[in-house]
Design a protein around this ligand. Sequence first.
Ligand code: DLZ
Length: 199
Amino acid sequence: MADNTLKGLTSSTDTFSGEGLRIGIVHTRWNKQVVDALVAGALGKLRERGVKQENVVVQEVPGSYELPFACSRMIAASQLQASSAAPDLMDSTALLSLAGPAPVAQTGASTSTLDAIIAIGVLIKGSTMHFEYICDATSQALMKLQMDTGVPVIFGVLTCLNDEQALARAGLGEGQKHNHGGDWGLAAVEMGAKNRLWG
Ligand code: DLZ
Protein backbone atom coordinates (compact mmCIF):
# COMPACT_ATOMS: atom_id res chain seq x y z
CA MET A 1 0.00 0.00 0.00
CA ALA A 2 1.36 3.45 -0.86
CA ASP A 3 2.56 5.54 2.06
CA ASN A 4 1.01 8.76 0.80
CA THR A 5 -2.62 7.76 1.10
CA LEU A 6 -4.89 9.37 3.65
CA LYS A 7 -6.00 6.10 5.18
CA GLY A 8 -4.02 3.13 6.34
CA LEU A 9 -0.72 2.31 7.99
CA THR A 10 2.33 4.42 7.16
CA SER A 11 5.54 2.39 7.19
CA SER A 12 7.82 3.04 10.14
CA THR A 13 11.02 4.91 9.43
CA ASP A 14 12.73 2.19 11.49
CA THR A 15 13.04 -1.41 10.38
CA PHE A 16 12.52 -3.79 13.24
CA SER A 17 14.27 -7.14 13.32
CA GLY A 18 12.35 -10.21 14.32
CA GLU A 19 15.51 -12.15 15.08
CA GLY A 20 15.12 -13.93 18.41
CA LEU A 21 11.47 -12.92 18.82
CA ARG A 22 8.80 -15.50 19.68
CA ILE A 23 5.43 -14.84 18.11
CA GLY A 24 2.11 -16.62 18.63
CA ILE A 25 -0.72 -16.68 16.14
CA VAL A 26 -4.22 -17.79 17.07
CA HIS A 27 -6.69 -17.93 14.20
CA THR A 28 -10.28 -19.00 13.69
CA ARG A 29 -11.84 -21.62 11.44
CA TRP A 30 -14.85 -19.39 10.86
CA ASN A 31 -14.57 -17.74 7.43
CA LYS A 32 -11.57 -19.93 6.69
CA GLN A 33 -10.79 -18.82 3.16
CA VAL A 34 -10.22 -15.25 4.28
CA VAL A 35 -8.56 -16.26 7.54
CA ASP A 36 -6.09 -18.53 5.74
CA ALA A 37 -5.02 -15.66 3.49
CA LEU A 38 -4.59 -13.35 6.49
CA VAL A 39 -2.51 -15.93 8.36
CA ALA A 40 -0.33 -16.46 5.28
CA GLY A 41 0.14 -12.68 5.02
CA ALA A 42 1.19 -12.44 8.66
CA LEU A 43 3.56 -15.40 8.43
CA GLY A 44 5.14 -13.95 5.27
CA LYS A 45 6.02 -10.70 7.02
CA LEU A 46 7.30 -12.47 10.14
CA ARG A 47 9.61 -14.51 7.93
CA GLU A 48 10.67 -11.43 5.97
CA ARG A 49 11.64 -9.69 9.24
CA GLY A 50 13.77 -12.62 10.40
CA VAL A 51 11.46 -14.39 12.85
CA LYS A 52 12.58 -18.02 12.82
CA GLN A 53 9.97 -20.61 11.91
CA GLU A 54 10.64 -22.52 15.13
CA ASN A 55 9.83 -19.37 17.10
CA VAL A 56 6.32 -19.09 15.70
CA VAL A 57 3.48 -20.99 17.35
CA VAL A 58 0.21 -21.29 15.46
CA GLN A 59 -3.03 -22.50 17.00
CA GLU A 60 -6.61 -22.54 15.73
CA VAL A 61 -9.94 -22.04 17.48
CA PRO A 62 -13.52 -22.29 16.20
CA GLY A 63 -14.56 -18.63 16.11
CA SER A 64 -13.53 -15.13 17.07
CA TYR A 65 -15.27 -15.36 20.42
CA GLU A 66 -12.68 -18.01 21.42
CA LEU A 67 -9.67 -15.87 20.47
CA PRO A 68 -9.19 -14.04 23.80
CA PHE A 69 -9.30 -17.23 25.86
CA ALA A 70 -6.87 -19.08 23.61
CA CYS A 71 -4.48 -16.12 23.47
CA SER A 72 -4.63 -15.82 27.23
CA ARG A 73 -3.82 -19.51 27.72
CA MET A 74 -0.97 -19.38 25.21
CA ILE A 75 0.59 -16.39 26.94
CA ALA A 76 0.21 -18.07 30.35
CA ALA A 77 1.73 -21.29 29.04
CA SER A 78 4.71 -19.47 27.56
CA GLN A 79 5.30 -17.55 30.80
CA LEU A 80 5.13 -20.74 32.84
CA GLN A 81 7.52 -22.42 30.47
CA ALA A 82 9.95 -19.52 30.65
CA SER A 83 10.00 -19.55 34.45
CA SER A 84 10.22 -23.27 35.15
CA ALA A 85 11.56 -26.56 33.98
CA ALA A 86 8.04 -27.65 33.12
CA PRO A 87 7.41 -29.66 29.97
CA ASP A 88 7.49 -27.55 26.85
CA LEU A 89 4.00 -26.11 26.95
CA MET A 90 4.81 -24.10 23.88
CA ASP A 91 5.00 -27.33 21.98
CA SER A 92 1.89 -26.79 19.90
CA THR A 93 1.00 -30.44 20.05
CA ALA A 94 0.79 -30.33 23.83
CA LEU A 95 -0.56 -26.85 24.37
CA LEU A 96 -4.09 -26.98 25.73
CA SER A 97 -4.39 -30.42 24.17
CA LEU A 98 -5.81 -28.69 21.13
CA ALA A 99 -5.99 -30.74 17.99
CA GLY A 100 -5.13 -28.97 14.80
CA PRO A 101 -3.10 -28.96 11.63
CA ALA A 102 0.64 -29.49 11.75
CA PRO A 103 1.92 -26.66 13.93
CA VAL A 104 4.58 -24.31 12.70
CA ALA A 105 6.49 -24.53 15.96
CA GLN A 106 7.57 -27.73 17.62
CA THR A 107 9.72 -28.71 20.55
CA GLY A 108 13.21 -27.37 20.31
CA ALA A 109 12.07 -23.76 20.11
CA SER A 110 13.67 -21.42 22.59
CA THR A 111 11.92 -21.22 25.95
CA SER A 112 11.36 -17.51 26.41
CA THR A 113 7.93 -16.01 26.82
CA LEU A 114 5.98 -14.92 23.77
CA ASP A 115 7.02 -11.44 22.60
CA ALA A 116 3.70 -10.80 20.88
CA ILE A 117 0.61 -12.66 19.84
CA ILE A 118 -1.62 -12.07 16.82
CA ALA A 119 -5.33 -12.89 17.10
CA ILE A 120 -6.78 -13.45 13.64
CA GLY A 121 -10.47 -13.78 12.86
CA VAL A 122 -13.07 -12.49 10.45
CA LEU A 123 -16.49 -11.39 11.62
CA ILE A 124 -19.07 -10.75 8.93
CA LYS A 125 -22.32 -9.04 9.84
CA GLY A 126 -25.45 -11.16 9.56
CA SER A 127 -29.09 -10.45 10.17
CA THR A 128 -29.03 -10.75 13.97
CA MET A 129 -27.17 -8.99 16.76
CA HIS A 130 -24.57 -11.80 17.01
CA PHE A 131 -21.99 -9.74 15.12
CA GLU A 132 -22.21 -6.76 17.46
CA TYR A 133 -21.91 -8.87 20.60
CA ILE A 134 -18.94 -10.91 19.35
CA CYS A 135 -17.13 -7.84 17.97
CA ASP A 136 -17.56 -5.99 21.22
CA ALA A 137 -16.64 -8.86 23.55
CA THR A 138 -13.65 -9.96 21.49
CA SER A 139 -12.11 -6.56 20.97
CA GLN A 140 -12.55 -5.56 24.63
CA ALA A 141 -11.08 -8.85 25.88
CA LEU A 142 -8.07 -8.71 23.56
CA MET A 143 -7.28 -5.16 24.67
CA LYS A 144 -7.62 -6.14 28.34
CA LEU A 145 -5.38 -9.15 27.78
CA GLN A 146 -2.42 -7.12 26.56
CA MET A 147 -2.84 -4.53 29.31
CA ASP A 148 -3.02 -7.24 31.99
CA THR A 149 -0.17 -9.42 30.74
CA GLY A 150 2.26 -6.90 29.25
CA VAL A 151 2.41 -8.99 26.09
CA PRO A 152 1.37 -7.08 22.96
CA VAL A 153 -1.78 -8.54 21.42
CA ILE A 154 -2.16 -7.61 17.78
CA PHE A 155 -5.80 -7.09 16.80
CA GLY A 156 -6.14 -9.16 13.66
CA VAL A 157 -9.89 -9.31 13.67
CA LEU A 158 -11.73 -7.97 10.64
CA THR A 159 -15.22 -6.70 11.42
CA CYS A 160 -16.88 -6.53 8.03
CA LEU A 161 -20.33 -5.59 6.82
CA ASN A 162 -20.21 -8.06 3.90
CA ASP A 163 -18.11 -10.74 2.18
CA GLU A 164 -16.59 -8.28 -0.30
CA GLN A 165 -15.09 -6.17 2.48
CA ALA A 166 -13.55 -9.27 4.06
CA LEU A 167 -12.09 -10.55 0.78
CA ALA A 168 -10.59 -7.17 -0.14
CA ARG A 169 -8.89 -6.87 3.25
CA ALA A 170 -7.27 -10.27 2.83
CA GLY A 171 -5.92 -9.42 -0.62
CA LEU A 172 -8.60 -11.55 -2.31
CA GLY A 173 -11.54 -10.80 -4.57
CA GLU A 174 -12.04 -8.03 -7.11
CA GLY A 175 -10.95 -4.41 -7.09
CA GLN A 176 -8.72 -2.65 -4.61
CA LYS A 177 -7.27 -5.13 -2.16
CA HIS A 178 -4.63 -5.29 0.51
CA ASN A 179 -3.72 -8.17 2.82
CA HIS A 180 -3.98 -6.79 6.34
CA GLY A 181 -2.33 -9.95 7.67
CA GLY A 182 1.00 -8.52 6.51
CA ASP A 183 0.42 -5.38 8.57
CA TRP A 184 -0.31 -7.51 11.61
CA GLY A 185 2.91 -9.48 11.15
CA LEU A 186 4.89 -6.24 10.99
CA ALA A 187 3.02 -4.85 14.00
CA ALA A 188 3.88 -7.98 16.00
CA VAL A 189 7.59 -7.61 15.22
CA GLU A 190 7.60 -3.88 16.00
CA MET A 191 5.68 -4.24 19.26
CA GLY A 192 7.63 -7.34 20.32
CA ALA A 193 10.96 -5.63 19.67
CA LYS A 194 9.89 -2.42 21.43
CA ASN A 195 8.47 -4.34 24.37
CA ARG A 196 11.85 -5.97 24.93
CA LEU A 197 13.33 -2.50 25.31
CA TRP A 198 10.51 -1.29 27.51
CA GLY A 199 10.63 -4.43 29.65
C1 DLZ B 1 -21.65 -17.67 15.85
C2 DLZ B 1 -20.76 -16.91 14.96
C3 DLZ B 1 -21.28 -16.07 13.96
C4 DLZ B 1 -22.73 -15.89 13.75
N1 DLZ B 1 -20.47 -15.42 13.12
C5 DLZ B 1 -19.13 -15.54 13.26
C6 DLZ B 1 -18.25 -14.83 12.38
O1 DLZ B 1 -18.64 -14.15 11.43
N2 DLZ B 1 -16.92 -14.97 12.60
C7 DLZ B 1 -16.39 -15.72 13.63
O2 DLZ B 1 -15.18 -15.75 13.80
N3 DLZ B 1 -17.21 -16.41 14.44
C8 DLZ B 1 -18.55 -16.35 14.28
N4 DLZ B 1 -19.38 -17.05 15.10
C9 DLZ B 1 -18.80 -18.03 16.05
C10 DLZ B 1 -18.40 -17.43 17.40
O3 DLZ B 1 -17.25 -16.63 17.30
C11 DLZ B 1 -18.11 -18.56 18.41
O4 DLZ B 1 -17.22 -19.48 17.84
C12 DLZ B 1 -19.36 -19.32 18.84
O5 DLZ B 1 -20.36 -18.43 19.28
C13 DLZ B 1 -19.03 -20.33 19.97
O6 DLZ B 1 -18.58 -19.64 21.13
